[in-house]
Write a protein that binds this ligand. Structure first.
Ligand SMILES: Nc1nc2c(c(=O)[nH]1)N[C@H]1C(S)=C(S)[C@@H](COP(=O)(O)OP(=O)(O)OC[C@H]3O[C@@H](n4cnc5c(=O)[nH]c(N)nc54)[C@H](O)[C@@H]3O)O[C@H]1N2
Ligand SMILES: Nc1nc2c(c(=O)[nH]1)N[C@H]1C(S)=C(S)[C@@H](COP(=O)(O)OP(=O)(O)OC[C@H]3O[C@@H](n4cnc5c(=O)[nH]c(N)nc54)[C@H](O)[C@@H]3O)O[C@H]1N2
Ligand code: SF4
Ligand SMILES: [Mo]
Length: 715
């Protein structure tokens, strides 16, 4: 049969890189970056180029499996599996109520448009609030900070019109994720931005690939962003570099902010965060004084370290005091294509503090954050007996065992469930614990759209693209699309699904295209037209401009509400000295900081030989002088001990890491009682406790700047 070449885009991460795939007889032979793709300009990373290997991996699950009494798995027809799961769910609801049913959306579901919200919609339909997701172990501090400061309807100043970007703990050149940064071939776009004159300030304990392009680079200890950002605000407000007109009109409490950050003198900040006071001043000046437009933005670094909500709050305060928002009449670079357009007026929505009236968990009094239960209390919600205890759980596109902090506790919780279902294409560590595994098609086997969920944040232009399936699932397989599983369960339970706000017909099963058309219903062009653009389209003939404020607009930003002020005071009362950290009564010499690596996407990709060859396990990157001091050599195995656990790791010398810091990625390791480092790597989530050190409001665990000690394993 003829060999064809098909154009589509990768969806392993949110980069949506355009690719060309050679197909013969329904089987993919070759994949490469599409040089003619106007968005991503031929870029495809090492993971994306393994996309075909991922589809044909020998450990891929191709039919639904049911765990047997002896622990092995046996195939089960899909209709029977759904009948049995629905029967169990029905019985649990009758016995313990709908709150006994929980679910989790992982990255695998997030990056698949028709799967993104289906688990939440299903839980809504059966009347359960127990929806968890990666959001609350990622960057939900951003939601908390908007919830406390307020929201500028006009949005941030876009990259294309910015003189300066301040990036805190974010490495888009590797992660291909950057809030409001351009990740369509990020290195090339970075070079383009620099060539047109963009100034860049990077704050990161590691001299990252992104930091290599910085005009000012600050290399603090991880976990010191609240101090650093308070210090930057102090310099700006002391020098009078704020946007006074903007602040006068739109900020309710600038004096409180000024007074609260007063203790954060450059000397205090420099000493505590381990940076140079001169560099701190250069950063403040470049951001607020020498530049007119731009924004401060963060990635996972500060959002995962202690006091993440405070760090994110102070970061947003930088945007507020410098008025770094779009004003009346300005063009919104990406008003969105697939999502419903938002009202964009040049005014403030006052702090909505959504959580204060939301559903309250019985654990720690935490409340839902925009419909998400905090994942930091997920294991407790399963383990803690009493009304509302979760007894059945659907793991949708996640590897909970490897990705949710406090691995011992998470594993114990998952093992205790009466029903655990994994909707998952591979036999990952969580699938191994499940009663049922329902495998799904992989990305090139299903139609999809470019990511709609965060489209305005992740793409700088109003772009959308449809792709059809490139190949069918492997012959003889019985994989089921994610949404179909939830639709099938809802139908069996006799409940109606409302999908993306649209009631679904529960009598005749829709197609995936029908589901995608619902997602795209706000697109300015008809569904069939959107589908017809082979390489997608930038919808720039439907511009949106910031409208004037309402005549009676009275909302203002609140930069220093009392809960935030109390926390800043607490930080200010701590000693300025850096060095050993005391955590829960013990002293630790190092801090472990989070990072991403090119080869592996969270825990995904470790089964692929080409990626394993490059990164067989997760290395502990350390500064050569630290290693010399410890008497450890490159490639030697060490033990990393926190106040929760000890894990092994092989060290790798890396002069880009700040001294006193160990930089190590997550997602590796196996089940706690079955991990061999050389085969599986180590689970850094084991070092984290969710019994303590949780943030207020979102229960975010301490996942970066984890206090640790290092010891030589061979001694
Ligand atoms: N210690 C520590 N822990 C962390 C982090 C950290 O930095 N440090 N980072 C956190 C963050 S930001 C995140 S987002 C989470 C990520 O955590 P997870 O969402 O659990 O990510 P993965 O482990 O990659 O699991 C994704 C799963 O989806 C599957 N999958 C792929 N495609 C599909 C599909 O189409 N359908 C379905 N159903 N499944 C599919 C993959 O096979 C994989 O098993 O980890 C968090 N955990
Ligand atoms: N290849 C690959 N790409 C990915 C992923 C992956 O696993 N692999 N994961 C995806 C996911 S789920 C997400 S959420 C995004 C995340 O995207 P990013 O947030 O860009 O993630 P990183 O590349 O880890 O960058 C975080 C940076 O924070 C720094 N850091 C750590 N602790 C601190 C701190 O306390 N303060 C400061 N200032 N910096 C700190 C680290 O050194 C690191 O350089 O990436 C996505 N892209
Ligand atoms: S950066 Fe890599 S994984 Fe992400 S979409 Fe592009 S090719 Fe796929
Ligand atoms: Mo994430």
């Amino acid at each position: 049969m003829a060999i064809e070449e098909k154009r589509t885009f990768c969806r392993i991460c949110s980069g949506n890189c355009g690719v060309r795939i050679t197909v013969e007889d329904g089987r993919m032979l070759d994949i490469r970056g599409d040089q003619d793709d106007p968005m991503t300009l031929g870029y495809a990373c090492v993971k994306g180029l393994q996309g075909i290997a991922a589809h044909y991996a020998p450990d891929r699950i191709l039919e639904p499996l049911k765990r047997q009494p002896d622990g092995s798995f046996a195939p089960i027809p899909i209709e029977q599996a759904l009948d049995e799961i629905a029967d169990k769910v029905r019985a649990l609801i009758a016995r313990d109520g709908p709150e006994s049913i929980g679910g989790y959306r992982g990255g695998g579901a997030f990056l698949n448009n028709t799967a993104t919200n289906i688990c939440r919609d299903w839980l809504d339909a059966i009347g359960s609030h127990k929806f968890f997701s990666t959001i609350t172990i990622d960057q939900s501090a951003k939601l908390v900070s908007l919830g406390r400061i307020g929201i500028w309807q006009g949005g941030r100043q876009p990259l294309a019109q910015s003189d300066v970007v301040l990036m805190v703990g974010s490495n888009p050149l590797v992660s291909v994720q950057g809030n409001v940064f351009d990740v369509r071939n990020p290195t090339k776009r970075m070079k383009e931005q620099r060539a047109r004159g963009l100034k860049l300030i990077v704050i990161d304990p590691r001299r990252t690939e992104t930091a290599n392009y910085a005009d000012v680079f600050l290399q603090p200890y991880p976990g010191e962003d609240p101090t650093l950002l308070a210090g930057l605000l102090r310099i700006i407000l002391t020098e009078g570099w704020e946007d006074t007109d903007f602040c006068e009109r739109w900020v309710a409490d600038l004096d409180e902010l000024r007074a609260t950050v007063a203790p954060f003198t450059p000397e205090y900040v420099a000493q505590r965060a381990g940076v140079d006071a001169v560099d701190l001043r250069r950063a403040a000046s470049l951001f607020a004084h020498e530049s007119q437009r731009g924004f401060a933005v963060s990635g996972t670094g500060p959002n995962m370290s202690p006091r993440s909500n405070l760090a994110e709050h102070l970061l947003e305060c930088l945007n507020v005091v410098c008025g770094r928002y779009q004003r009346e009449g300005e063009k919104i670079e990406n008003p969105g294509v697939l999502q419903r357009r938002e009202v964009r007026k040049a005014q403030v929505v006052p702090a909505p503090r959504w959580w204060e009236t939301a559903y309250q968990s019985r654990i720690g009094g935490y409340r839902n954050l925009l419909g998400d239960m905090p994942t930091g209390i997920m294991a407790e919600e399963i383990l803690e007996k009493g009304p509302g205890q979760i007894k059945a759980f659907i793991c949708h596109g996640s590897n909970l065992v490897n990705s949710v902090p406090d691995q011992y506790k998470v594993t114990e919780a998952l093992r205790s469930l009466e029903l655990l279902v994994s909707i998952e294409p591979y036999m990952n560590e969580t699938a191994k614990l499940s009663h049922y595994i329902i495998p799904t098609p992989l990305l090139y086997e299903r139609p999809d759209l470019t990511g709609f969920y965060a489209e305005t944040m992740l793409c700088p232009v109003p772009f959308a693209r449809y792709t059809d399936a490139i190949v069918p699932p492997p012959p003889g397989s019985a994989v089921v699309e994610d949404w179909r599983i939830f639709w099938g369960l809802a139908k069996r339970l006799g409940v109606s699904l409302t999908y993306e706000g649209v009631p679904m017909d529960m009598d005749s099963e829709p197609t995936t295209d029908d589901m995608l058309a619902i997602i795209a219903r706000h697109c300015p062009e008809p569904w069939e037209t959107l589908k017809s653009y082979e390489i997608g389209k930038v919808f720039d003939e439907y511009p949106q401009f910031v409208e004037p404020a309402d005549a009676d607009a009275s909302g203002q930003f609140t930069t220093m509400p009392s809960d935030v002020a109390a926390e800043v005071k607490q930080v200010a009362s701590e000693p300025a000295a850096h060095g050993p950290t005391v955590s829960n009564g013990q002293i630790f010499a190092y801090r472990l900081s989070v990072r991403r690596i090119r080869e592996i996407f969270n825990s995904t990709g470790r089964n692929l030989p080409a990626l394993r060859k490059r990164m067989p396990y997760n290395l502990a990157y350390m500064h050569p002088e630290d290693l010399a001091e410890l008497g450890v050599i490159d490639g030697e195995k060490i033990s990393i001990t926190s106040d929760r656990a000890t894990i092994p790791a092989v060290v790798s010398t890396d002069p880009t890491i700040r001294r006193g810091v160990v930089s190590m990625t997550h997602g590796f390791g196996s089940l706690p009682d079955d991990t061999v480092y050389e085969r599986d790597g180590s689970n850094t989530g084991m070092l984290i406790s969710t019994d303590r050190d949780l943030e207020p409001i979102n229960a975010m665990p301490r996942m970066s700047a984890i206090p640790i000690n290092i010891s030589r394993t061979n001694l």
